[in-house]
Every structure is written in structure tokens, then in C-alpha cells.
Design a protein around this ligand. Structure first.
Ligand SMILES: C[S@@+](CC[C@H](N)C(=O)[O-])C[C@H]1O[C@@H](n2cnc3c(N)ncnc32)[C@H](O)[C@@H]1O
Length: 259
């Protein structure tokens, strides 16, 4: 299924049509160390075929391309697929391809790729377990499933506070998983845990706020919420002053093997 006919799918498409250019240009999203931390979890193999799920403008696909034989990026938002193709062409990366598609129903046969990877996508998707199921389904036995996402705190008050800000800033945000829940989803779909890492992720706060379609209109309310952070919050921290503020998110990486 490549059509986003449900209300949330339409919201995702609207949001990421809005963000296609700004996401592709975001310094924080393109930082080499952050991209490398994710793609280094894919073993280098010249004949390996990988799929990048919810690929956006293809930042991960292009970073992964030199390590493997080919990467197919799939995304629900047509504007992101257009952007991913033009960015790959401009960079002269030839072993990547991009297609419209839904992470919860991939148009890829069972057991046909060596690995599946996704970054910063699960928190936009109402049924993240379906995404992991699909990633597992398309990967051959012995292959890899790699997920990176910014997660929320296990503490309920901290998580609820965090979610308010995320949704005000980006109405396509669904919910951040906690580290325990994300690890449990992998086990639930029958994946074998193969490592878990936390990699520092910091971004310019004003750039992050302004990129979300709700950010500018809700800036004042978000500012008030920032002043009311529960003491237990660790996963979403704004530091610094004025124009130099930085947002630190907890960026959790997981690798699983397909049995
Ligand atoms: C925050 S962006 C991340 C882009 C890319 N993964 C990266 O980290 O550079 C989230 C992307 O997920 C896509 N997305 C959200 N829900 C999706 C779904 N159900 N199927 C496929 N893509 C989806 C959006 O269109 C958007 O491009």
C-alpha cells in the first residue's frame, strides 16, 4: 500500500511536504557523526542489498551507500521521494533508488534484502510494531534490522510533558517510545537483540522549532512548557541562552538479527 488514505497518513504527508527542503538542509540531521553512528551498524558488504524505511530526503541511504551494494529508500511522502532522488543525483550516488511506500506494508517480497534500517521514523507511526514486523519480513534469515529513534523517558510525567511539546511543534508526531518499549517491540516480532547504544544528538533549538509546521504558531506555549519541565526529564533537554540554545534528545540505536 503506497497511498496514505488515513487521516494520520495525510498529516504525515502534509508535514513532510512542508519539511522536505528544510529537513534536507538541516545541519543537525546531516551531521556526519550522527549518520555514521547509524550506518556503521550495517556490516560493510559490497553485494548487500538494504532497504531504508521512511527515508525522508535519503540522508541515511546516501551515507549507507558506500558500505553496501544497493539501498532502496521508501517513504510515504511524495515530496520526500522527489527530494531524495534529486539529492542523490546531485551527490552522484548511483547505487540508491527511492520509491513511494508505507513502512507498515512494504511492497517488497519476503526474505529478499540483507538489511533494513530506519532513523527518526517510529515516533511518527501509530503502529510501530507493524514497521518492525515488516522490516523483519523482508530481511533474509541472518540479516540485520537497525533502528535509531529519539525516545522518551520511562517516567510517565516526563514523557507526557515531552509529548506535548513534540505534538505542538509537529502535528504528525505520534508518540516517542521509551527505550524499554522499543527493545520489547523487537523481541515481540521475533528479532534477536544484537546491541543497543545511546548516541548523543544535539540540534539548534530554533532550527528544530521553526522546521515543524506548528513550531512558529506555538512558540509561546512551548516556551511556557519548557519552563515547567518535570525534574525527571532526561530525554528532551534545552540548554544555553538566546539564539544559541541547543536541544539534546536521547537518540537510541538498536540492532537485531533475523533468526
Ligand atoms: C523525521 S523524518 C526522518 C527521515 C529519515 N529517516 C532521516 O532520519 O533522515 C520522518 C519520515 O518518515 C516518513 N514517514 C512517516 N510515516 C511513514 C510511513 N507510515 N511509511 C513511510 N514513511 C513514513 C515521513 O514522510 C518522513 O519523511
Amino acid at each position: 500500500m503506497s497511498e496514505a488514505t488515513d487521516a494520520h497518513g495525510m498529516q504525515v504527508r502534509d508535514e513532510f511536504a512542508h519539511q522536505a527542503d528544510s529537513f534536507a538542509r538541516s545541519a543537525g540531521m546531516s551531521l556526519a557523526e550522527t549518520l555514521d553512528a547509524v550506518v556503521d551498524l550495517a556490516p560493510a558488504a559490497a553485494d548487500a542489498r538494504w532497504v531504508e524505511v521512511a527515508c525522508g530526503p535519503g540522508l541515511i541511504a546516501r551515507a549507507l551507500a558506500p558500505r553496501v551494494g544497493s539501498v532502496l529508500g521508501v517513504d510515504l511522502t511524495p515530496a520526500m521521494i522527489t527530494k531524495a532522488r534529486s539529492e542523490a543525483a546531485a551527490a552522484g550516488v548511483e547505487n540508491v533508488d527511492f520509491a513511494l511506500g508505507n513502512a507498515t506494508a512494504l511492497d517488497i517480497p519476503d526474505d529478499t534484502v540483507d538489511g533494513a534500517i530506519t532513523r527518526f521514523s517510529l515516533h511518527h507511526i501509530p503502529a510501530p510494531v507493524r514497521v518492525l514486523e515488516e522490516m523483519r519480513r523482508v530481511v533474509k534469515p541472518g540479516g540485520f534490522v537497525v533502528v535509531a529513534d529519539h525516545v522518551t523517558d520511562e517516567d510517565g510525567d516526563a514523557a507526557a510533558w515531552h509529548e506535548q511539546i513534540e505534538r505542538l511543534r509537529d502535528p504528525s508526531h505520534w508518540t516517542c517510545l521509551t527505550p524499554l518499549r522499543l527493545a520489547a517491540l523487537g523481541a515481540r516480532v521475533g528479532l534477536e537483540a544484537d546491541g543497543e547504544w545511546v548516541v548523543p544528538f544535539e540540534i539548534d533549538y530554533d532550527e528544530w522549532l521553526g522546521r515543524g509546521s506548528g513550531g512558529p504558531a506555538n512558540a509561546e506555549l512551548i516556551e511556557r512548557l519548557l519552563g515547567e519541565a518535570p525534574a525527571t526529564v532526561e530525554s528532551f533537554v534545552v540548554r544555553g541562552e538566546g539564539d544559541g540554545r541547543r536541544l539534546a534528545l536521547r537518540n537510541s540505536l538498536y540492532r537485531w538479527r533475523v533468526p
